[in-house]
Design a protein around this ligand. Sequence first.
Ligand SMILES: Cc1cc2nc3c(=O)[nH]c(=O)nc-3n(C[C@H](O)[C@H](O)[C@H](O)COP(=O)(O)OP(=O)(O)OC[C@H]3O[C@@H](n4cnc5c(N)ncnc54)[C@H](O)[C@@H]3O)c2cc1C
Length: 399
Amino acid sequence: MEQTEFRQEVREWLEANCPPSQRQPADRTEQVWSGRDLRFPSDDARLWFERMRDKGWTTPEIPTAYGGGGLNPHEAQILSKEMKRIGARTPLYDHGIWMLAPALLEFGNEAQRERFLPEIVRGEVSWCQGYSEPGAGSDLAGLQTRAVRDGDEYVVDGAKIWTSAGCESDWMFCLVRTDPEAPKREGISFLLIDMSTPGVSRAPIRMISGESEFAQITFESVRVPVENLVHEENRGWEVAKGLLRHERKFMSEFEGGALDPSFTLREAALDYIGLDAEGRLADATLRENLVDLEMERRAVKLTTQRVYAQYRGSAPDHRLPLIMKYVSTETKKREDELATDILGYRGLGWEGDSFTKDELNSLRVLLFDKALSIAGGTSEVQLNIISRNALQLPQGGAR
Ligand SMILES: Cc1cc2nc3c(=O)[nH]c(=O)nc-3n(C[C@H](O)[C@H](O)[C@H](O)COP(=O)(O)OP(=O)(O)OC[C@H]3O[C@@H](n4cnc5c(N)ncnc54)[C@H](O)[C@@H]3O)c2cc1C
């Protein structure tokens, strides 16, 4: 189908199917997360989810055979843009959607795809990512969680840390060491672990933002069926790297639309700083910083559009997410800091009636977003990889 025709069709469908209440920004309590106990904050949220699920658009790029939307990357970007245009909420959140599903398409066998993909599309199970360990973050290949083959099962022992949604998730996609003698990247396998298996324990970790978004997970003699091995034994590093590409693509917010639409810096600056006699923003430094940031955001957005236009219909160069993840997470942090500069002391409130909802939210966002340039590989490590993979400069190995 022609792109303009497809865009028109998407636009009409969204107009007819997205309830007005689902065209407002959602705070965390209003987001719908996958899981065995899938819950909805409102009837409209349920309706919106069900309509998108039935269309396959909870996972636009998953083939229709598994219940997904069957869209190519360019069409998926059009859908995403059209949703943003009307402020439509993401109907379903899950690490399985962003990371595991595309990795299963690339590395899983048919039985695994048939078993897991439809559940991911329908939001019936939630997934978490078991990569980092207390002694293995940037140096991910140094991971020590062991999996020893015993008949038709692996027996897993070890610990994972910083596992987002680790306390709530039903399943984990997990990196384990299956050959301790092999060079470190060659002795790793990729396992799918049901978190209700005996021997799995979870402890929440509190973040600076006050939330307990992630957890430490411990495995003690956890028995995992061999059929849950993705790809081949000791070749999990290939899966791990492929999956990280999808994580970084997701984190790079390709649209360049990192601003929370309920709270734009421009409006906040007009409200809190005001204009001088010549009709300009009264604070010259802030004015300059705002313009700088706006230029950067537009550059990110135009670059993204250019790349998608260039790769029409097929997946863009895999180096792009590396660069875009770095740029967009650093830009988002600058944006949050600028918001705090604009709000002044009113941006430092934690609770109480004397602050507005946006003011209270802005501090939480500032603190939470510090994590963006750490999760999925730190900015420093991203720069190492960019210099090696995109610029072909010599480098040491890192995540
Ligand atoms: C919000 C959040 C969610 C997360 N969710 C998950 C999850 O769901 N699953 C999961 O497995 N992990 C998750 N992580 C963990 C994340 O992937 C790691 O924190 C990250 O890879 C960094 O590892 P580390 O914390 O061990 O830091 P370290 O690797 O110890 O790094 C410490 C510092 O040293 C720097 N550094 C390290 N090596 C180099 C190098 N070679 N060159 C230059 N600088 C270097 C780093 O940039 C960093 O500043 C999450 C992290 C956060 C913050």
